[in-house]
Design a protein around this ligand. Sequence first.
Ligand code: ASP
Ligand code: MG
Length: 412
Amino acid sequence: MPILVHKYGGTSMGTTERILSNAHRIAADIRRGYNVAVVVSAMAGETNRLLGLADAIDPKSSGRERDVLASAGEQVSIALMAIALHKVGIEAVSFTASQAGIVTDPFHTRAKIKSIDAGRLRSVLEKGGVPVVAGFQGVTDDMEVTTLGRGASDTSAAAIAAALGAERCDIYTDVDGVYAADPRIVRGARKLARISYDEMLEMAGSGSKVLQTRSVVFAKKYRVPLQVLTSFEDKPGTLISEEVEGMEEILVTGICSDKTEARISVYGIPDQPGIAAQVFEQLASQGLSVDMIVQGKGEDGLANMSFTVTKSDLNDAVKATEVVAKKLKARQVSVDEKIAKVSIVGVGMKSHGGVAAKMFRALADKGINIYMISTSEIRISVVIDEDYTELAVRTLAKDFDLIEEDEGVVSA
Ligand code: ASP
Ligand code: MG
């Protein structure tokens, strides 16, 4: 029998009524001929509540104990979900990550999955039962409890779907799918029926918060389609899958914006081999990663360089940059926190020219200045003044045809 994985996020697990309604949905998929495995998050707000307790005693408390604490949220959820399934007449067995064999590296609070031994889950499925697995948790080879990082239960679900060879992993969340642009910014933004793994990865890396990047990486690697949908209504969501014919005909699939980065500029550095290497080696040695980079010549034969880092890394990044800037006798280091990155994503860019020109023209016509540009095969990102973010997103959504036609407007 084909296997489906259902993943329920915090809001979908928020009350006992919601949990029971999920049980009915699982029962319906079983009646349709599927074997269903379930992955759950902690009830809405629970992980924050638990970690808040630790912070109240000591914000610098040990990662090991924080993981034991935070993972308790998901342990509550698996038991409640299994109880709800029993109530609607379905055999179900709850599993903590260690019972389910989800083995991770030993890095507390940000562990990565190394392997999943799906044998126990499979034996429940073979008997027609539903294994209910705790998302977010892991266990090390030494039986230590780990967690995979905030919001990582999507990643657990995709990894379990991969390990079980599931036909699809349905991610039930509080939005009803992936939109071409954030509907809070662009009224009437189109909901996407389908999007490719690569486009979703670029969107997740460009500010879309619908899915964690790591979950899409798993899904792509093991070719498990993901579906993002709501548990509050009965309607299809967005399917994330391999690229299919026709996807390339659309120029731009989605637009994202991201205000979480800041720009560091270094002025007046020598224009010779090895300078960029020195700057970025210094940052890398502190575990800091850089997103966009621009380098250019100044008037005086010296070079200028700008790059972006996430605001949470900004202080450390500035310190590291100042260390090299001093060595290189740079004229100045400056920081701009009021920037935003706006990106357009679409596999159509591979086969259509002129997309960048169209994007830059649209922004120019609104008087929006572009500070930095970076591209991949299927993405173009620009850094602009933060105040223009919403205007840029709306303008691009309109120009690239990502807004539904107005309902109720009848053309003659
Ligand atoms: N409960 C965890 C968190 O709040 C994991 C998740 O919900 O994805 O971060
Ligand atoms: Mg979540």
